[in-house]
Design a protein around this ligand. Structure first.
Ligand code: ADP
Ligand code: MG
Length: 238
């Protein structure tokens, strides 16, 4: 696991500036939650960290290592999306281990890895099923399993629970919190859900129109919002 720094990061698509000088630094093991209205640049920010998009300016570092020019495959970052993107024709086991297999990890090591994450995520009984035989929550666990087996430095989550019903969302929120505590993982987590943000985050970054409005602890965001927008977004009475 590792610290993550975004230093004056900007991103433009053609003439449109989508991220404007973003400065964020989180410690090893922090749970950063990124919130903001649709279209404000949250997914773009995750894509820059993952290396799926290049930044227009600024520096991105994992620990002391500048990763701007590091290929996505060499960043050791795992991403979990809102759509689970499981391979429909593969079993759960294969979905989880496929990435390891193409990286040349031995069968014995793959078996060990899948057994470990299956236990952690309580999906041991599901390993021989296909994705179509799983509930939404189970699929999301498998998607998380696929990220976990890679033992990444940093996890990126892009609205991972937004396709689930309310009850399941609460259950999964608790699971993710436990997982974070157990692994001490460094996480950047995008959500629309302010309760999710307040309960999961070590710090929250509030964005609007590609500008960071506030980057602070949940308590400070709630009690001392920088401006009306932050107050309104988090639902503080002030
Ligand atoms: P969010 O995840 O906060 O909803 P996004 O990061 O997906 O927002 O998008 C931020 C802005 O950047 C939007 O206006 C979107 O249309 C634009 N955008 C995202 N990806 C691209 C792209 N590949 N090319 C051009 N514009 C893009
Ligand atoms: Mg998005």
């Amino acid at each position: 696991m590792a610290s993550l720094t975004l230093d004056k990061v900007r991103k433009a698509f053609g003439p449109v500036e989508v991220l404007k000088e973003i400065n964020i630094a989180i410690e090893d093991g922090e749970f950063l939650v990124l919130v903001g209205p649709s279209g404000c640049g949250k997914s773009t920010l995750l894509n820059l960290i993952a290396g799926l998009e290049g930044s227009s300016d600024g520096e991105i570092r994992i620990g002391d290592r500048v990763i701007n020019d590091v290929h996505p495959k060499d960043r050791n970052i795992a991403m979990v999306f809102q759509s689970y993107a499981l391979y429909p024709n593969m079993t759960v086991r294969k979905n989880i281990t496929f990435g390891l297999e193409i990286r040349g990890v031995s069968a014995a090591e793959r078996d060990k890895a899948v057994a470990d994450v299956a236990k952690l995520l309580q999906i041991e009984a599901l390993l021989d099923r296909k994705p179509s035989q799983l509930s939404g929550g189970q699929r999301q666990r498998v998607a998380m399993g696929r990220a976990l087996v890679r033992d990444p430095d940093i996890f990126l989550f892009d609205e991972p629970l937004s396709n689930l019903d309310a009850k399941l969302r609460v259950d999964m929120r608790t699971e993710i919190k436990k997982l974070h505590q157990r692994l001490g993982a460094t996480i950047v987590y995008v959500t629309h859900d302010q309760i999710e943000a307040m309960t999961l985050a070590s710090r929250i970054a509030v964005m609007k129109d590609g500008i960071l409005q506030q980057f602070d602890t949940p308590q400070n965001i709630y009690e001392r919002p920088n401006n009306i927008f932050v107050a309104g977004f988090i639902g503080s009475p002030s």
